[in-house]
Design a protein around this ligand. Sequence first.
Ligand code: MN
Length: 246
Amino acid sequence: MSDRREFFKKIGLLGLTGIATKLVSNEQLKALETLGNEAVQNLPFTLPALPYAYNALEPFIDEQTMTIHHTKHHQAYVNKLNETPSTNIDFQVDDITKCKSIDATTSAVIRNNLGGHVNHTLFWALLKPNKEAKPNLPSGKLAEAIDKDFKSFDEFKKLFSEKATKHFGSGWCWLIEQNGKLSITTTPNQDNPLMKVAEQQGKIVMALDVWEHAYYLKYQNKRADYIANWWNVANWEKAEALYTSK
Ligand code: MN
């Protein structure tokens, strides 16, 4: 990993993920060729910084859980991706596009760790502090769509909570949009609705991690309590931005 990072620094490619190789000089291309396809395709992934402090989501999600979840679990997915040899994934494109190309032929190590990386990156962005425990509701176009497709926010909240609580084992609960309609779906492990392997595909609007590592330190086996508290820190502004994005 560090060798690879050093190499990309040297040839000035670090951070240029997504830039077409034709922009790279002949000299750089030659250097890349000597490293083989793996190095060309597999540019380094990085752990994104949280947009708030580890204790910012207290009392709903505790500091210790956030710290371990981000610095150990998410970091491990990133590390694994960076040490994994070449695959059928095009590493020149952004992470969301990479996820969309995951199908039944993709190796488990890429499917699990790329999913883990993308899912957690979305999850952190879809949380926000709420120290005063103010009512936390979507607004604008997303609120209208939720009312249209689920009758009311309360009805949506009930359905989403049930689905997230009942999902068996590790996985995620999602609010997704497809063909102008919102729906709630779950995925096992680190799969997500962007992947071709997902039972129900769509654009991700909201994400909830229901792995035990997301709540066990504070809530132990009481997943329903974790979910009930999560509603206080769901970031509906970010969700609406995802909903209205192309
Ligand atoms: Mn997690």
